[in-house]
Design a protein around this ligand. Structure first.
Ligand SMILES: [Mn+2]
Length: 315
């Protein structure tokens, strides 16, 4: 698909429903709002659907009024799914109603299995879905306002971990520069994302580092809901520190398993030194990127710890 194909596809719709992935992150929100700007600019009506969780501090960047929760599928003839390329990764609440609809995916994750009849605008080498949306806007001669430039900038900052990951190439800096010229408020993004650690966050970070287990080049830590309660923290707080653990020079892979529901754990993985995580992620039914991916495990804390010990041997 070309940028013009994407534009034509959107223009052929009467009303577009925009979705990101479940447990949305900065890039998911940035790309959803970027997609909203795209539809607005093409004069196509759209609504953005996302669970707006008050405990996510980074959501202070994105106005709550832009998001809806009650998806009435009869009102929409196109689902525009960003930062995600499979229905099973869309927020559970909307999954069933999205399947069967015409779908356009705009994404940067490795495509595992393509869905019959869906359209894909996927560039897996790109750092973020937000950046792909900005490039789309550029190709269509559309200029985001300062407000939308801030959302797109936040998405790029999120998925590159402020230009740290190896997915940061010259084009990323060049686009960041363009967004700043458009008025993106980078200090606001940094204040909300990187200068917002509380004392309980600090204690959680300490817990994660203190309870690390390690095999040769892989380290991992498991944290249950009970542990989180004791630390007055939640899973969203844990996500802040996965990349920190990956900074340890002794290891090439960091895995953090956190309990998201009773006996259900999400395992977030990060790597460096060229270690590819995708094979392991796909093997356990997950996905993501070469250096940042994840999967789910069912079982109690002890089971998950034993499982991760075995997973270490696969690298
Ligand atoms: Mn992303």
């Amino acid at each position: 698909m070309t940028a013009n194909d994407v534009s034509a596809r959107i223009k052929s719709a009467k009303r577009v429903a925009i979705f990101g992935h479940m447990h949305p992150d900065l890039d998911s929100f940035g790309a959803m709002l970027g997609a909203k700007f795209l539809c607005d600019s093409l004069h196509v009506k759209c609504d953005v659907f996302a669970e707006f969780m008050k405990n996510l501090s980074f959501l202070r960047i994105f106005p709550e009024i832009y998001f809806k929760n009650d998806f009435d599928k009869r009102k929409y003839d196109l689902a525009l799914v960003v930062d995600c390329n499979e229905i099973s990764r869309i927020d559970k609440k909307f999954q069933a109603d999205v399947s069967g609809k015409k779908i356009l995916f705009i994404d940067h994750h490795e495509l595992n299995i393509a869905l019959d009849g869906a359209d894909y605008y996927v560039y897996s080498k790109k750092c973020s879905a937000s950046l792909i949306i900005f490039e789309l806007l550029e190709k269509l001669n559309l200029k985001p306002s300062a407000e939308y430039a801030t959302y797109i900038f936040a998405g790029i900052v999120g998925d590159t971990n402020r230009f740290l990951h190896s997915n940061t190439d010259a084009s990323v800096f060049s686009i960041a520069s363009k967004l700043l010229k458009l008025g993106a408020d980078c200090q606001k993004v940094y204040d909300v994302v990187y200068r917002s650690m509380t004392m309980s966050n600090a204690r959680l970070r300490d817990y994660l580092f203190s309870n690390l287990k390690a095999s040769e080049k892989v380290c991992y830590v498991v944290i249950s809901q009970k542990d989180l309660e004791k630390l007055s923290s939640n899973v969203e707080d844990v996500k802040m520190f996965v990349s920190d653990i990956n900074q340890l020079v002794e290891f090439s892979v960091a895995m953090v398993a956190y309990e998201i529901g009773e006996n259900k754990f999400k395992v977030s993985m990060r790597s460096k030194n060229g270690v590819d995580l995708l094979k392991v992620a796909f093997k356990y039914g997950g996905g993501g990127h070469k250096e940042a991916s994840g999967f789910y495990l069912a079982g109690d804390k002890k089971y998950v710890a034993n499982k991760l010990k075995a997973v270490c041997e696969e690298f």
